[in-house]
Design a protein around this ligand. Sequence first.
Ligand code: ACO
Length: 331
Amino acid sequence: MITKYSAKISGTGKYTPDKIVNNYDLEKMVNTTDEWIRTRTGMFERHFVADDQAASDLAYEAALQALEAANIRAKDLGMIIVATISNDHAFPSTACILQKKLGVKDFPAFDLSAGCTGWIYAANIAKQYIENGVAEHILIIGVEILSQLINWEDRGTCVLFGDGAGATVISRAEPKDISRFIDTEISADGTHYDLLIQPAGGSRMPASKESIEKNLHTIYMEGNKIFKHAVRSMYDVCETVLKRNHMDVRSIDWLITHQANLRIIESLGKKLKIDDEKVIVNIEKYANTSSATIPIALDESIRSGKIRHGDVILAASFGAGLTSGSLLFRL
Ligand code: ACO
């Protein structure tokens, strides 16, 4: 591919619903303890939507912030990509609904299903369209309402998830910009597709009275097996982009990984030999919001002044599929 331009992140935003459920609240709902959740996962609070909120509502709020931060209007966008596994509807896409909410039309808008790696997959795609000159500004969003997919009869998974949206505007970088994408790698290992799955509600097992009674529309996960895959696959995609660009971990100012489990984040940090202070962690506040964890953490870190213009950031994720991906960029 002929690369004409560079891509950069020009604006970020986030939205998390008002309702906060902490570990003590969960103790009253299921057979669990604050101590177990904290020590096994690092989580304390998670945000849950109100009954009338859908994914596009959260995405819209995050998008407004990202557009403002990028100093552009929705009509300047050339594409919207929404990464989600909890769309408003099976179809049409949440991206098209968001496009309507933003009051714009006549450019591509689509959803992307890559589980928790969705935002990195979206960034990878946006990079191609910016670099080949087809679009100048692309809105990518990771949004999830996992509180509606929780199986409250499975204590091993029901404590892990939260709701939220993170939005990012990817723009064409000016030649004088220091901000730019350096590299990105995405991958998948479909042989393990059944380790993390919403079994019913698709064409393999359409919705039925029986599927609802058996909780088959909720998240099924084999946590232990995914844990091992998570560390290994994130390490591999990080090493790939670092090596390809003749960089090592000392050139990285910040590591932002998918926030699924503090022990996974720490294991990856250790394997990469990166200083603990360079690893962004906010899992205690939001739990696992799947495709939204990285853009939420990025937005929060930029707005708090922790991550600054010019910093080099390595983002990495893994998720249902099983997918994995990394994005190396200078903010
Ligand atoms: N409260 C109290 N005890 C619990 C709970 C709970 N909520 N859940 C499980 N336990 C118990 C189990 O019953 C088990 O007890 P036993 O030893 O008497 O049988 C014990 O705790 C240990 O259970 P494990 O499942 O072995 O616990 P583990 O240390 O593996 O932690 C966890 C489980 C947190 C799910 C971990 O495996 C994990 O985080 N895996 C990765 C998950 C992940 O990253 N998913 C990401 C993708 S998400 C996405 O794409 C949407």
